[in-house]
Design a protein around this ligand. Structure first.
Ligand code: FES
Length: 163
């Protein structure tokens, strides 16, 4: 039989079985590889990146007396002479940003009102606004840790010459 004749000969059952066997084995190998890949993916869990809870604000001397809103961190820096404290601007009802109005914080979402010390005047807010731990960073900036609450009445007084 010449080479030209072999091309025109239909595949035999043996050849078909060999092709089907190869396809079957390939499928098993592909499924196995997919399982190994999925198992290996478990070693690299999804990570939820949240903003750091400890951050720097401005230098103490840059804050005027009274309440200064920091929109980036959703908080108020309160300066009373040389003493500072930081109150969260996040409403304890559903997390809207409260606004400082004359002599109280008002929540624009559902109408909660808070005293200047963060305690609730009227709900639906269930808890007072948080007070955050405040100190001075080594390079002279106010530093806040929003993961650490301090008792209302806390005051931070920077060393002389820093406010
Ligand atoms: S979120 Fe402030 S009162 Fe509802």
């Amino acid at each position: 039989m010449s080479a030209a004749d072999k091309k025109n000969v239909p595949p035999t059952d043996t050849e078909r079985r060999r092709v089907l066997r190869l396809l079957g084995k390939g499928s098993v190998v592909a499924a196995f590889a997919a399982q190994i890949g999925a198992a290996a993916r478990a070693f690299f869990p999804n990570v939820l990146y949240e903003p750091p809870t400890k951050f720097k604000l401005k230098r103490p001397e840059e804050y005027p007396p009274g309440f200064t809103f920091d929109a980036a961190h959703r908080l108020f820096v309160v300066r009373e002479e040389d003493a500072f404290h930081v109150i969260s601007a996040v409403c304890t009802h559903l997390g809207c940003t409260v606004q400082w109005r004359e002599n109280e914080f008002d929540c624009p979402c559902h109408g909660s009102r808070f005293r200047p010390n963060g305690s609730v005047i009227s709900g639906p807010a269930p808890r007072p606004l948080s007070w955050f731990d405040t100190r001075l960073s080594p390079d002279g900036f106010l530093e806040v840790d929003s993961a650490v609450d301090v008792a209302p009445g806390f005051r931070f007084v920077p060393p002389k010459g820093q406010a």
